[in-house]
Design a protein around this ligand. Sequence first.
Ligand code: COA
Length: 167
Amino acid sequence: MKWIFCPIDGSVNKENFDCGIHELDDYLKKYAKQNDKKGVAKTFVAIPEEGEKIVAGYYSVSMDKIEFEVIPENYKKGLPRYPLPAMLIGKLAVDKSMQGTGLGNKLLIECFYRAVNLSSEIGIFAVTVAAINEKAKEFYLKYGFIPLVDNEFTLFIPIKTILTVVR
Ligand SMILES: CC(C)(COP(=O)(O)OP(=O)(O)OC[C@H]1O[C@@H](n2cnc3c(N)ncnc32)[C@H](O)[C@@H]1OP(=O)(O)O)[C@@H](O)C(=O)NCCC(=O)NCCS
Protein backbone atom coordinates (compact mmCIF):
# COMPACT_ATOMS: atom_id res chain seq x y z
CA MET A 1 0.00 0.00 0.00
CA LYS A 2 1.25 3.51 -0.85
CA TRP A 3 0.93 6.34 1.64
CA ILE A 4 0.92 10.11 1.59
CA PHE A 5 2.26 11.86 4.68
CA CYS A 6 0.67 15.26 5.24
CA PRO A 7 -0.02 17.81 7.96
CA ILE A 8 -3.25 17.16 9.85
CA ASP A 9 -6.19 19.26 8.66
CA GLY A 10 -9.98 19.17 8.56
CA SER A 11 -10.07 17.14 5.36
CA VAL A 12 -8.81 13.87 6.85
CA ASN A 13 -10.99 11.24 8.49
CA LYS A 14 -9.63 10.26 11.90
CA GLU A 15 -12.86 9.31 13.65
CA ASN A 16 -12.38 5.53 13.57
CA PHE A 17 -8.65 5.52 14.31
CA ASP A 18 -7.80 2.72 16.74
CA CYS A 19 -4.19 1.84 17.55
CA GLY A 20 -5.09 -0.14 20.66
CA ILE A 21 -4.01 2.60 23.07
CA HIS A 22 -6.87 4.89 24.05
CA GLU A 23 -4.64 7.83 24.98
CA LEU A 24 -3.08 7.91 21.50
CA ASP A 25 -6.46 7.54 19.72
CA ASP A 26 -7.94 10.28 21.85
CA TYR A 27 -5.05 12.64 21.20
CA LEU A 28 -5.46 12.30 17.44
CA LYS A 29 -9.22 12.80 17.55
CA LYS A 30 -9.46 15.59 20.12
CA TYR A 31 -6.23 17.48 20.47
CA ALA A 32 -3.86 16.97 17.53
CA LYS A 33 -5.43 19.55 15.22
CA GLN A 34 -5.80 22.26 17.84
CA ASN A 35 -2.27 21.72 19.18
CA ASP A 36 -1.00 21.87 15.61
CA LYS A 37 -2.73 25.23 15.06
CA LYS A 38 -1.41 26.61 18.35
CA GLY A 39 2.12 25.53 17.49
CA VAL A 40 2.32 23.27 20.55
CA ALA A 41 3.06 20.13 18.49
CA LYS A 42 2.88 19.49 14.76
CA THR A 43 0.99 16.37 13.65
CA PHE A 44 1.48 14.55 10.38
CA VAL A 45 -0.87 11.80 9.23
CA ALA A 46 -0.51 8.90 6.82
CA ILE A 47 -3.41 8.52 4.39
CA PRO A 48 -3.74 6.18 1.40
CA GLU A 49 -2.41 7.59 -1.88
CA GLU A 50 -5.76 6.81 -3.46
CA GLY A 51 -9.33 6.71 -2.15
CA GLU A 52 -10.75 8.07 1.06
CA LYS A 53 -8.48 10.15 3.30
CA ILE A 54 -8.72 7.77 6.25
CA VAL A 55 -5.87 8.20 8.74
CA ALA A 56 -3.86 4.97 9.05
CA GLY A 57 -1.08 6.38 11.22
CA TYR A 58 0.27 9.60 12.66
CA TYR A 59 3.05 11.23 14.57
CA SER A 60 3.35 14.47 16.53
CA VAL A 61 6.58 16.35 16.97
CA SER A 62 7.78 19.36 18.92
CA MET A 63 11.01 20.72 20.33
CA ASP A 64 12.66 19.29 23.42
CA LYS A 65 15.80 19.58 25.49
CA ILE A 66 17.94 16.93 27.11
CA GLU A 67 19.55 17.76 30.43
CA PHE A 68 23.26 16.97 30.28
CA GLU A 69 23.02 14.94 33.52
CA VAL A 70 20.59 12.37 32.07
CA ILE A 71 22.76 11.47 29.08
CA PRO A 72 24.47 8.10 29.60
CA GLU A 73 28.16 8.47 30.59
CA ASN A 74 29.56 7.01 27.36
CA TYR A 75 27.71 9.62 25.24
CA LYS A 76 28.75 12.65 27.30
CA LYS A 77 32.28 12.97 25.97
CA GLY A 78 32.89 16.28 24.21
CA LEU A 79 29.39 17.65 24.88
CA PRO A 80 28.73 20.99 26.58
CA ARG A 81 27.43 20.62 30.14
CA TYR A 82 24.20 22.51 29.53
CA PRO A 83 20.81 21.25 28.19
CA LEU A 84 21.04 20.00 24.61
CA PRO A 85 18.44 20.78 21.92
CA ALA A 86 16.32 17.94 20.57
CA MET A 87 13.23 17.13 18.50
CA LEU A 88 10.60 15.18 20.44
CA ILE A 89 8.39 12.50 18.91
CA GLY A 90 5.60 12.94 21.43
CA LYS A 91 3.20 10.53 19.72
CA LEU A 92 3.47 7.91 17.00
CA ALA A 93 0.81 5.32 16.26
CA VAL A 94 -0.55 3.05 13.57
CA ASP A 95 -4.15 1.87 13.23
CA LYS A 96 -4.56 -1.78 14.28
CA SER A 97 -5.66 -2.71 10.75
CA MET A 98 -2.23 -1.65 9.42
CA GLN A 99 0.08 -2.67 12.27
CA GLY A 100 2.85 -5.01 11.21
CA THR A 101 2.79 -3.82 7.58
CA GLY A 102 5.74 -1.42 7.78
CA LEU A 103 3.82 1.82 8.33
CA GLY A 104 5.31 2.42 11.80
CA ASN A 105 8.74 2.13 10.19
CA LYS A 106 7.79 4.64 7.49
CA LEU A 107 6.42 7.13 10.05
CA LEU A 108 9.60 6.90 12.10
CA ILE A 109 11.82 7.40 9.03
CA GLU A 110 9.68 10.46 8.16
CA CYS A 111 10.42 11.84 11.64
CA PHE A 112 14.13 11.19 11.06
CA TYR A 113 14.10 13.11 7.76
CA ARG A 114 12.24 15.95 9.42
CA ALA A 115 14.88 16.13 12.17
CA VAL A 116 17.74 15.97 9.67
CA ASN A 117 16.20 18.78 7.58
CA LEU A 118 15.62 20.92 10.66
CA SER A 119 19.15 20.27 11.88
CA SER A 120 20.56 22.12 8.87
CA GLU A 121 18.79 25.28 10.08
CA ILE A 122 18.84 25.00 13.86
CA GLY A 123 20.92 23.07 16.39
CA ILE A 124 19.47 19.63 17.11
CA PHE A 125 21.61 17.17 18.99
CA ALA A 126 19.14 14.28 19.02
CA VAL A 127 15.62 13.01 18.56
CA THR A 128 13.83 12.07 21.77
CA VAL A 129 10.79 9.90 22.26
CA ALA A 130 8.41 9.15 25.10
CA ALA A 131 7.63 5.43 24.81
CA ILE A 132 4.15 4.76 26.13
CA ASN A 133 4.88 1.21 27.33
CA GLU A 134 7.40 -1.64 27.16
CA LYS A 135 6.24 -2.76 23.69
CA ALA A 136 6.64 0.74 22.28
CA LYS A 137 10.08 0.94 23.89
CA GLU A 138 11.10 -2.32 22.17
CA PHE A 139 10.07 -0.79 18.83
CA TYR A 140 12.31 2.25 19.36
CA LEU A 141 15.27 0.25 20.73
CA LYS A 142 15.28 -1.66 17.46
CA TYR A 143 16.18 1.57 15.63
CA GLY A 144 19.07 2.48 17.91
CA PHE A 145 17.30 4.70 20.45
CA ILE A 146 19.04 4.79 23.84
CA PRO A 147 17.28 5.19 27.23
CA LEU A 148 18.12 8.34 29.19
CA VAL A 149 19.36 7.62 32.69
CA ASP A 150 16.53 9.24 34.69
CA ASN A 151 13.58 7.58 32.92
CA GLU A 152 13.84 4.26 31.10
CA PHE A 153 10.87 5.17 28.87
CA THR A 154 12.44 8.37 27.58
CA LEU A 155 14.83 7.52 24.79
CA PHE A 156 17.11 9.48 22.50
CA ILE A 157 18.99 8.92 19.28
CA PRO A 158 21.77 11.33 18.24
CA ILE A 159 21.38 13.07 14.86
CA LYS A 160 24.81 11.63 14.04
CA THR A 161 23.33 8.12 14.29
CA ILE A 162 20.21 9.11 12.34
CA LEU A 163 22.38 10.31 9.47
CA THR A 164 23.83 6.81 9.14
CA VAL A 165 20.25 5.42 8.91
CA VAL A 166 18.72 7.86 6.41
CA ARG A 167 21.65 8.66 4.11
C1 COA B 1 4.52 0.50 17.74
C2 COA B 1 3.89 0.74 16.37
C3 COA B 1 3.95 2.22 16.03
C4 COA B 1 4.67 -0.05 15.33
O1 COA B 1 4.10 0.18 14.05
P1 COA B 1 3.92 -1.01 12.99
O2 COA B 1 3.39 -0.43 11.73
O3 COA B 1 3.14 -2.09 13.62
O4 COA B 1 5.43 -1.46 12.82
P2 COA B 1 6.14 -1.93 11.47
O5 COA B 1 5.28 -2.93 10.77
O6 COA B 1 6.55 -0.73 10.67
O7 COA B 1 7.42 -2.63 12.03
C5 COA B 1 8.70 -2.04 11.94
C6 COA B 1 9.69 -2.92 12.62
O8 COA B 1 9.49 -2.84 14.03
C7 COA B 1 9.19 -4.11 14.55
N1 COA B 1 8.20 -3.91 15.59
C8 COA B 1 6.93 -3.50 15.44
N2 COA B 1 6.34 -3.39 16.64
C9 COA B 1 7.29 -3.75 17.55
C10 COA B 1 7.31 -3.85 18.96
N3 COA B 1 6.26 -3.54 19.70
N4 COA B 1 8.45 -4.29 19.56
C11 COA B 1 9.54 -4.58 18.82
N5 COA B 1 9.59 -4.49 17.49
C12 COA B 1 8.47 -4.09 16.88
C13 COA B 1 8.69 -4.94 13.39
O9 COA B 1 8.93 -6.32 13.58
C14 COA B 1 9.51 -4.38 12.26
O10 COA B 1 10.81 -4.96 12.26
P3 COA B 1 11.40 -5.64 10.93
O11 COA B 1 11.48 -4.49 9.93
O12 COA B 1 12.73 -6.13 11.35
O13 COA B 1 10.41 -6.67 10.56
C15 COA B 1 2.41 0.25 16.30
O14 COA B 1 2.36 -1.10 16.62
C16 COA B 1 1.46 1.02 17.23
O15 COA B 1 0.91 2.03 16.83
N6 COA B 1 1.26 0.53 18.45
C17 COA B 1 0.34 1.16 19.37
C18 COA B 1 0.80 2.55 19.75
C19 COA B 1 2.24 2.60 20.26
O16 COA B 1 2.70 1.75 21.00
N7 COA B 1 2.96 3.64 19.84
C20 COA B 1 4.38 3.81 20.20
C21 COA B 1 4.69 5.24 20.42
S1 COA B 1 4.31 5.85 22.03
